[in-house]
Design a binder for this molecule. Sequence first.
Ligand SMILES: Cc1ncc(COP(=O)(O)O)c(C=O)c1O
Length: 385
Amino acid sequence: MICKTQHLRGLVRSLRFGPFQTKSWHTSQASSSLQQVSESPDCSEDGYADVDWDNLGFGLVPIDYMYIMKCTEDDDKFEQGKVSRYRNIELSPASGVLNYGQGLLEGIKAYRKEDGRILLFRPDQNALRMKVGAERMCMPCPSVDQFVDAVKQTVLANRRWVPPSGKGSLYIRPLLIGSGAILGLAPSPEYTFFVYASPVANYFKEGLAPLNLYVEEEFFRSSRGGTGSVKTISNYAPVMKALGRAKSRGFSDVLYLDSVNKKYLEEASACNIFIVKGNVISTPPTNGTILAGVTRRSIVEIARDLGYQVEERSIAVDELSDADEVFCTGTAVGVAPVGSVTYQDRRIEFRTGGGCVCSGLYSNLVGIQRGLIEDKKGWTIEIDT
Ligand SMILES: Cc1ncc(COP(=O)(O)O)c(C=O)c1O
């Protein structure tokens, strides 16, 4: 028995790291394609990939399969998506994404329930957000059904990479790029939609420990009329300088201010921000410069259900001095408590720990995501394995 497992695990390794394979499954309907994808090389006896699940971080682990779907300028419609081996892709040096940054990304998680089944959390919301982003970036976009179907197929094909219950999740990355070659500044003549994934655990090196944020006053994440409200790839390289600087000073992340008044909280590099004062939970409004996080929206709803007063309003940085708690939300980060915010060399500390508002909200959200709490909102989708 052990030999068989070892042999199969060896096979998995050679499939992962060996020469690229061309085998793929053309699909247009989830039902037919799911059967075809089930030919994927599930191998270890326990049905899991050979991963040290207790030591997962937030790094890229090459999985078995990815999803690809193309759209040409002829009809503006995405057709004939396929699941194929996870591999490097070929792009023209003149492609729209490489030259002009025409690209959008998304982030979704799949969770393993205690009974082994797999749940996706609100992928339709990511599909809708990609549609809004595509409109802003002059790109055609897969329909919501195509997007959700592609995500399901990717998870199903890579199901052995979904961590055991409580050990993390499969982070799924849908990506829409202008893949066609174009020299002058204009929309790309061809687009490609990919979905890949990686098993992950905590996003921050702090794990579940409280974050220490640094309020950035020199660099801004977005500006009015810009693209801060959409998840374009071009929003992320510009924050690396501020983020790197903050990390080198020992902070976990940067908290950005609005670029006009340099006074109101916007968000962190890859998550939204909330402050708590008594029974009132406040978060900046989604008025064009911050990303409308799926986790943010879910937490707003959960908090209201739990009886908190939730306000979406401008929050001056000075209000931090008076806040009981601060926390961040995002698919990658979950609901992360903030222990301190440093603004103009002044460190403001906040309540954290078991009895906090943040930890109650976190338990509720995670409970729904992992199938531990009944999902009365229809937020989760079970993958039919
Ligand atoms: C800039 C930014 N804000 C907020 C979020 C949180 O959004 P979500 O909750 O949909 O993951 C993200 C993550 O995608 C992000 O990149």
